[in-house]
Design a protein around this ligand. Structure first.
Ligand SMILES: Nc1ncnc2c1ncn2[C@@H]1O[C@H](COP(=O)(O)OP(=O)(O)OP(=O)(O)O)[C@@H](O)[C@H]1O
Ligand SMILES: [Mg+2]
Length: 207
């Protein structure tokens, strides 16, 4: 049985989009397709005029690493790596010298306000700080867009607001961002909300 049906979605560069919908409506499935982690059984998906279907597995892995930044509800940081080393991770696949990797990572940590936590391990950081490290990691490759699956789902209200401030700031600087959220307050902070129900887009509105 198809999970998603008749999906027709276009996101333009520089948008900040929330995806909402009840549990089981297909949000994560859609996100996995947008993030090139999964492919649809039919239909076409293009990122900047590249049809994802046309890429080999290797090319797809490179494409994903380079073009898409992921932020997850549970941060997904590597526990044995420091904040800086976590941010460096997406750069290790690229042909970049270690000093340049280090420099870029510290620059990103500075942008998320964590210069003083670069050498801390994830377990030494608060939830909000962990998510800021994850955002720095998502942005360090200068991706085409950022995808967040409930990025504030594990955070208290005040910390969620700080994380949304950060997303908004990067969006104002031109980053395209797509966030899944259960929280109307979070969606309200985005320019546009797409609602899914039973695998279909039932509403797509400007906030
Ligand atoms: N790998 C899979 N194989 C078969 N069915 C799946 C698979 N993954 C998800 N589904 C089904 O697809 C539907 C949508 O799931 P999805 O995880 O996309 O929902 P969601 O909107 O993200 O829900 P939640 O808010 O609970 O995270 C569900 O009915 C689920 O059972
Ligand atoms: Mg989900």
């Amino acid at each position: 049985m198809p999970v998603l049906k008749n999906i027709n979605l276009r996101v333009d560069k520089g948008e900040l989009v929330a995806i909402m919908g009840p549990s089981g409506s297909g949000k994560s499935t859609l996100m996995n397709i947008i993030g090139c982690l999964d492919s649809a059984t039919s239909g076409d998906y293009q990122v900047e005029n590249t049809s994802i279907r046309s890429l080999s597995d290797n090319a797809l892995a490179d494409f994903r690493n380079e073009k898409i930044g992921f932020v997850f509800q549970n941060f997904n940081l590597m526990p044995k790596l420091t904040a800086r080393q976590n941010v460096e991770l997406p750069l290790t696949y690229k042909k970049i010298s270690s000093s340049e990797r280090r420099e870029k990572s510290l620059e990103m940590l500075k942008l998320v306000g964590l210069s003083d936590r670069a050498d801390f391990y994830p377990m030494e950081l608060s939830g909000g700080q962990k998510q800021r490290v994850a955002i720095a990691r998502a942005l360090v490759t200068n991706p085409s867009f950022i995808l967040g699956d409930e990025p504030t789902g594990a955070l208290d209200t005040k910390t969620s607001e700080q994380i949304m401030d950060l997303f908004k700031r990067f969006n104002q600087e031109g980053k395209t961002i797509i966030l899944i959220t259960h929280e109307p307050d979070i969606a309200q902070l985005c320019q546009r909300t797409v609602f899914l129900r039973d695998g279909e887009i039932i509403d797509d509105k400007i906030n």
